[in-house]
Every structure is written in structure tokens, then in C-alpha cells.
Design a protein around this ligand. Structure first.
Ligand SMILES: Cc1ncc(C[n+]2csc(CCOP(=O)(O)OP(=O)(O)O)c2C)c(N)n1
Ligand SMILES: [Mg+2]
Length: 801
């Protein structure tokens, strides 16, 4: 570790080199002993009661409990009121019980296999669940809120999520310096060294809109510590070098020396709360048992484990020391043990009465007032998303202006702003303006909007320009969106580091903190989301089912086949659709609130808007809905500047709303019984189809209907459209290859809604391995080929389905 700040180096030197700094009072020693008793006896208790259950015990690193408690005590003393924790499996139950202070019976009853789940969702194993608790810190006598964020098995994936939640809590409290809210991340040594997301998370701490103003990291390093014999150290399966991962001070400390651990943790907390920078405490320890309690470590590490079995537990060593020096008596020590064992036994007795498990009791981020007392949405309706015309005009005017005086913008940008002003005069919007109006109108209503991702301030396609840069004054910038109304909510737009996994996790955590915000992550191109696949699979798609926490994060994924090669083309819609939980084979009951209740039941919403107005409405709907669901939007590239892809104010004013399906409204819709073919499509290919239809003069024979909300599938509207054209052949047309895109998702749903009486023919590119060709000519030839098929009214003649 390298620190190039003299003051900081001196600070560390003074903390460790001053003679006698590690003196503890008897009171402090007794507290430390009591905390070690709890840590050790908790594991012993679980081992006694459930000897064949996995619990990923802390044995060998029992000192982690007093270590975390010291960090919290010291931070509370220095003004911290809210601590957000993330940690893996090892010792998690112990942390819940003895650091966060979850009721013991709530933990114990989780071991009961007969317990019935009472909430919606599929739940999760006990060592993944989160927790939120407000309590008095006994050492400082101040209030403190502790939360542990729920996480999947995927080690370290929760790190950026914790940081995002921490940042949001700081933001909402106006705690820009991190003086009130902080995070603690606990890591296993192998995962810490091996998982790249650790590095991505550390890297965020240097960026203004992402920094949590320092985090205390604790590494449970159970691989290198026990032995100095290099042969034994090598028998560990994962190479570990904690120091190589980060650029932050790392304090290595022997976990068998509890007083040293406590001292180091106190210094680490002081460091964080003095310099507001990251710090790592490396608890060098050993693991007394196997990876989990069912493992036999002697199979693979015989010599090391022979030594480990000879090791005296830290509690006994420390108790012996305190007894020998006269700080406690043997009797006091034994009473302390008996007292905690009694607490466990009593809780165990109570836990047996519990028949029902409420996952809701394990929420890491409560949203007070958002749901009703039973945790249900307050209504099953969505308020109208259209807004008054004067609001549209006002936002449009700000979007076309430079709100600061003497601020010189680039001439190219002046042209863009003039173009915007012209559109506003003509009561029209393009994509960028529609987005502006969605964000601006939400800000007016007090909703915080945060847009994060690579180059989002300007926009990858240079269409957004949410941050203006003075051409003459270095680093002078202006965000017009923050100059809309004096009492508006703040707008944050921030260029992220070049990370997807870390940044998407961060924004997901940010969105977790409050339902009253629109938090968006934009991929540079939709393709790159797969680098963050773990966040998508483990948190976004499944989070509500596992942990009952809603999340309204929005993913903006630029998508479209434009001859740009196999990358920069596909956001992989097929993957999101495959993970959607709406049933393809169930014929729905069309209740009055079908549209909203379908959204309530789904795990996420997948849309591909073909007009700026629809993009505007879906962004607003996201916040106006009485619940939160992740929203995946495939966003355009060439359509950003397509002359036809514009919307009129008429489609956005009060009374207008999001259209899940945009039906054909041209000539074909006037005489539907004469229509020979009804093409369903989604996204940009619509504009190719309309152009081709017009060039072939088929406006009366072929209708084109757009699916804008793909999932949950608008069964009701698709049924209406299909029935409107009784004599038409039904075709699904997509520009993606057949094994990609939407076809596999929509096809069984069409069959269900058509009661298998009419086929839905496929028109699009052939199946392929890569999402797009690297050859421009091949791209154009395949486009022409499928457009020809789309309008060849004989193409399916005589074919059976
Ligand atoms: C991303 C990921 N890869 C693999 C695993 C499987 N796995 C579970 S625990 C573990 C070892 C973890 O070692 P370490 O981080 O040192 O923690 P320890 O169990 O020693 O406390 C592995 C590889 C996982 N959970 N997550
Ligand atoms: Mg380890």
C-alpha cells in the first residue's frame, strides 16, 4: 500500500508507534471478553442444536464480532448514525445475532424445516437474508441504525449494492461528507483477492457521484494466517494476496490477539471518519472446521488441520489471560457464559412456537409510508402520465437554453439547442427532448432523478447534453435540468467509471434506499450489460422473489441492428424475456385492473418504445405506479435522429398515456376486413416496414401494429388487434436473428391468446451464432430479404403450422 500524503502517513505512524497506545481499561477488557463469549457460544449453540445444518460458522475468527462492534462504537462516537453492512456467508448469522441484534428466535426458527412461508415470493436460505434495525448503541448511548443488505451466494456481488445504498442514504440526508452514514464491507480473503467487482467497487470511491466517503473493509483472512510453514500455506486452493487488490491502507492483525484487533479496528474507524477514505482490516485467522460444517478439511489439508486441532480457542486464551492478570475471576467468566447460554435456550424455546416465516421481517430497506400496513400497494391503479402543455413548453425551453450568464457553449451545441427550440415551437419532441420532459416533470413533482453510466452526461450518441461545458473557463459546467423550478427535486447525471458490474450494482443499491426516485443506469451499448450479468440475474430479476424488496431501477440498453458488427448491436432482449415470469400458456382473466395487476405480478417490465412520447410515458409511469418493478428499456440509436421518430405534444399532454401496443392507424385500419396481412413488430424495424410498405403501395392490404411493452405481454390488446383483422395472416417481424430477439417469447403467447386457431408466422433474420454480421453488405442484403418476405403475400401460402 502506498500513501503519498505526509499528514496521513504521520497519522498512522503516531497511532501505531506511540509507546503504550494499546492500553485498555478493565472495563474495556471485560466488554471485549463478553463479546467474545457471545460470538463463540452462539456458534456452539447452533452446533449443538443443529449439528447437521450448514451455518458457515465463524470458529477461528470469533474475534470478528467484537471487531465489527468496535468499528460501530467508534464510528457512533464520531457522529455516525447509520451503518450499512455487506458480508458473505462466513459468520453472517452470528453478525445478525450479535452485531445487528436480530431477535434470536427469528434466527433459530429459520432452522425449522416445517416452517411455512407467509409472504409472496420464493424466499432464500437463512445466511443470505438482510436485516434492518434501529437501536441504542450501548457504548455511546446514541441512536444507531444498522442494516445488513441481502445478498446472493455470488461472493462480493453485494459490495457495490451496499455502496449505492449508502450513497443514496447520504444523499437523502444531505450528508455530502459521509459524516452520518457509512458502510462496512466484510470479505473472505479468497473472494476479496479473486473477484474483480471488489476492485470495481474500490475504484468508485474516487468518483464524486459514487464515493461513500470511505468504507471500512474487514477481510476474514483464514488462509495465510495460521502457519508460517510455506508448504501448508500452499495447500490452500485459492491464491490470496489481499494487499494487491486495493489502494488503501491495510492493517494486518492477528485474530488470536483480541486486544490488538480491537485497537486496529478502532484506528480503522477513526481513519475513515477523519480522512473519509477506504481502509482495510485484514483479520489474519484460521478456520477451525471445514468450509461448511459438513466438510472434512482433513481430506485435502491434513497437516494444516492437525495443527488447527491443537489450537486453543481464542476465547479460552483471552479468558485465561484476563483471569491471570486479575481483570475477571473464573467465576465471573463462567457466569457470563451461563448467562448467554440461557438467553439462547430461552429464545430457542420461543422459536419452537413459530409456525410461519415472514420474509418481510428480513427487509434491509424499509420504505415507510409507501405501502399500506399489510405491505400491499395502496391502490391498483396508475395515475395519468400526461402533463399540462405549459409544463412541456417550459421544460423544452430550458432544454434549449443556457441558464447561466456569460457561459459560452460549443457552436455545434448551439445548433443542437436551436434545433430543440424549433421543435418546441412546433410542439414536437425527439428522443432527447422526450427524456428531458420525463425527467423534468418528475423533478417538478419532487422525485429525485439519477442517471448514471458511461458518458451519459453527453450521451453516447451525442444527443443528450445534460451537462454544458464552458468553452472558455476550464471545468465550468452547467446542468440546465437543475434550473427548471426553484423548489424542484435535484437531478444527478453522472459519468461512471468504465464498469458495468460495479456500477449497475451501485445503482441498484441506490434505488433500494427510497421508492421516491427514478434511478437509471444506461449501458454504453446494450451488449455490455452482460458484464453485469450477476447483478441482473441475482438481484434485478429475482430480488423481489427472494427478499420481498421491490426495486424500480431502470436499465437503458441501446439496441438495434444497424450494420455495426456483432457487438454494438444487440442488448440481448431474448435473455430478459426468458427470465420474465409471466405464464406463456395461461389464458388470462381480463379484469378491469388487468394492466396494472399484470405489472404487479411480474418480476420486471421489458419495453421497446418506437416513439419518443411512449418513452416519456413509460419513464413517468415507472414512478407513478403504486409499487416498484425493475424496468428494462431497449433504447434506440439511429432513431434518435430519425425524422419520422418524433412525437407531438398531443401525445404527451394530460389525458395521454403509455401505449402498451400501438395499433395500425392508417388506411388498413379503416377497412380491416380487407386486410390480408397483419404484421406485429417492436422497435426500430417498424420504420423499415412502413417505408417498404409504402414503396410497394400495400397500405390497404398490410397492417402494422407495434408491441411496445413486450413483457408482461399485453394479451388483451393483442387479442383485440388480431380479432380486428379476421381475414389477415398474422406475422411477427423482427430484425434480430430467429434464435434471438422476441420470437421465442411472443410465439407461445400468441398461440395462447389465439387459442391456437391462427398461426403467427416468423419473418426476420435466420438463426445465427453471433447477434449481427460484421459485414455491412451482408447486413443490408439480409434486411432486404426479410422485408421482401414481410410483404410477399404469398410467402406462407400452403404452409401448415
Ligand atoms: C462468485 C462465486 N464463485 C464461487 C463461489 C463458491 N464459493 C463459495 S465459498 C467459496 C470460498 C470462499 O473463500 P473465502 O472468500 O476465503 O471465504 P471463506 O469461506 O474462507 O470465509 C467459494 C469458492 C461463490 N459463492 N461465489
Ligand atoms: Mg478464506
Amino acid at each position: 500500500m502506498f500513501i503519498n500524503d505526509v499528514e496521513q502517513c504521520q497519522w498512522i505512524r503516531q497511532k501505531f508507534e506511540t509507546p503504550g497506545v494499546m492500553q485498555f481499561s478493565s472495563e474495556e477488557k471485560r466488554t471485549l471478553l463478553a463479546r467474545l463469549v457471545r460470538s463463540m457460544r452462539f456458534e456452539d449453540f447452533l452446533a449443538r442444536k443443529w449439528s447437521s445444518e450448514k451455518r458457515f460458522g465463524l470458529e477461528g475468527c470469533e474475534v470478528m464480532i467484537p471487531a465489527l462492534k468496535t468499528i460501530i462504537d467508534k464510528s457512533s462516537e464520531m457522529g455516525i448514525e447509520n451503518v450499512i453492512l455487506g458480508m458473505p456467508h462466513r459468520g453472517r448469522l452470528n453478525v445478525l445475532a450479535n452485531v445487528i441484534r436480530k431477535d434470536l428466535e427469528q434466527i433459530f426458527c429459520q432452522f425449522d424445516p416445517k416452517l411455512e412461508a407467509a409472504d409472496e415470493g420464493s424466499g432464500d436460505v437463512k445466511y443470505h437474508l438482510g436485516m434492518y434495525h434501529e437501536r441504542i448503541n450501548r457504548v455511546t448511548n446514541r441512536n444507531i441504525t444498522l442494516s445488513l443488505v441481502a445478498n446472493p451466494s455470488h461472493l462480493e456481488a453485494v459490495d457495490p449494492v451496499v455502496q449505492g445504498k449508502t450513497k443514496a442514504e447520504q444523499f437523502y440526508r444531505g450528508d455530502a461528507q459521509g459524516k452520518k452514514v457509512m458502510s462496512i464491507l466484510v470479505h473472505g480473503d479468497a473472494a476479496f483477492a479473486g473477484q474483480g467487482v471488489v476492485y470495481e467497487t474500490f475504484h468508485l470511491s474516487d468518483l464524486p457521484s459514487y464515493t461513500t466517503n470511505g468504507t471500512v473493509h474487514v477481510v476474514v483472512n483464514n488462509q495465510i494466517g495460521f502457519t508460517t510453514d510455506p508448504r501448508m500455506a500452499r495447500s490452500s486452493p485459492y491464491p490470496t494476496d489481499v494487499a494487491r487488490v486495493v489502494n488503501a491502507p491495510i492493517f494486518h492483525v492477528n485474530a488470536d490477539d483480541p486486544e490488538a484487533v480491537i485497537y486496529v479496528c478502532s484506528v480503522a474507524a477513526e481513519w475513515r471518519n477523519t480522512f473519509n477514505k477506504d481502509v482495510v482490516v485484514d483479520l489474519v485467522c484460521y478456520r477451525r472446521r471445514g468450509h461448511n460444517e459438513m466438510d472434512e478439511p482433513m481430506f485435502t489439508q491434513p497437516l494444516m488441520y492437525k495443527q488447527i486441532h491443537r489450537q486453543v480457542p481464542v476465547l479460552k486464551k483471552y479468558a485465561d489471560k484476563l483471569i491471570a492478570e486479575g481483570t475477571v475471576t473464573l467465576q465471573e467468566f463462567e457466569e457470563e457464559i451461563a448467562k448467554y447460554d440461557r438467553i439462547c435456550e430461552e429464545a430457542y424455546g420461543r422459536s419452537k412456537d413459530k409456525k410461519i416465516l415472514h420474509i418481510k421481517h428480513w427487509l434491509d430497506s424499509p420504505w415507510p409510508g409507501f405501502f399500506n400496513v399489510d405491505g400491499e400497494p395502496k391502490s391498483m391503479t396508475c395515475p395519468a402520465t400526461g402533463i399540462p402543455e405549459d409544463v412541456l413548453t417550459h421544460i423544452g425551453e430550458v432544454a434549449s437554453s443556457v441558464p447561466l450568464k456569460d457561459f459560452k457553449i460549443h457552436t455545434g451545441l448551439s445548433r443542437i439547442l436551436r434545433g430543440r427550440a424549433d421543435m418546441i415551437k412546433n410542439r414536437t419532441v425527439d428522443w432527447a427532448l422526450a427524456e428531458y420532459m420525463a425527467f423534468g416533470s418528475l423533478l417538478k413533482e419532487g422525485i429525485h432523478v439519477r442517471l448514471s453510466g458511461q458518458d451519459v452526461e453527453r450521451g453516447t450518441f451525442s444527443h443528450r447534453h445534460h451537462v454544458l461545458h464552458d468553452q472558455e473557463v476550464d471545468r465550468r459546467t452547467c446542468v440546465p435540468m437543475n434550473h427548471l423550478w426553484p423548489d424542484q427535486a435535484p437531478y444527478t447525471v453522472c459519468n461512471s467509471s468504465l464498469s458495468e458490474y460495479g456500477v449497475l450494482g451501485f445503482e441498484l443499491g441506490y434505488a433500494m434506499a427510497s421508492p421516491n426516485a427514478l434511478v437509471l443506469w444506461e449501458a454504453q451499448f446494450g451488449d455490455f450489460h452482460n458484464t453485469a450479468q450477476c447483478i441482473i440475474d441475482q438481484f434485478i430479476s429475482t430480488g423481489q422473489a427472494k427478499w420481498v424488496r421491490h426495486n424500480g431501477i431502470v436499465l437503458l440498453l441501446p439496441h438495434g441492428m444497424e450494420g455495426m458488427g456483432p457487438e454494438h448491436s444487440s442488448a440481448r432482449p431474448e435473455r430478459f424475456l426468458q427470465m420474465s415470469n409471466d405464464d406463456s400458456d395461461a389464458y388470462p382473466v381480463f379484469t378491469e385492473d388487468f394492466e396494472v395487476s399484470q405489472l404487479y405480478d411480474c418480476n420486471w417490465i421489458v419495453v421497446n418504445c418506437s416513439t419518443p412520447a411512449n418513452y416519456f410515458h413509460v419513464l413517468r409511469r415507472q414512478v407513478l405506479l403504486p409499487f416498484r418493478k425493475p424496468l428494462i428499456i431497449f433504447t434506440p440509436k439511429s432513431l434518435l435522429r430519425h425524422p419520422e421518430a418524433k412525437s407531438s405534444f398531443d401525445q404527451m399532454v394530460s389525458g395521454a398515456s403509455f401505449q402498451r401496443v400501438i395499433p395500425e392507424d392508417g388506411a388498413a385500419a379503416q377497412t380491416p376486413e380487407q386486410v390480408r396481412r397483419l404484421i406485429f413488430c417492436t422497435g426500430k424495424v417498424y420504420y423499415d416496414l412502413v417505408k417498404e410498405r409504402s414503396s410497394q403501395g400495400l397500405e390497404e392490404q398490410v397492417a402494422i401494429t407495434r408491441l411496445e411493452q413486450i413483457s408482461p405481454f399485453p394479451f388483451d390488446l393483442i387479442k383485440q388487434e388480431a380479432e380486428k383483422y379476421p381475414g389477415a395472416e398474422l406475422v411477427w417481424c423482427q430484425e434480430e436473428h430467429k434464435n434471438m430477439g422476441y420470437y421465442d417469447y411472443i410465439s407461445p403467447r400468441f398461440m395462447t391468446i389465439l387459442s391456437r386457431a391462427r398461426p403467427i408466422w416468423y419473418v426476420g433474420r435466420d438463426p445465427a451464432a453471433a447477434p449481427a454480421t460484421g459485414n455491412r453488405n451482408t447486413h443490408l442484403v439480409s434486411l432486404k430479404k426479410f422485408l421482401d418476405t414481410a410483404f410477399n403475400l404469398q410467402a406462407f401460402e400452403g404452409k401448415t403450422f
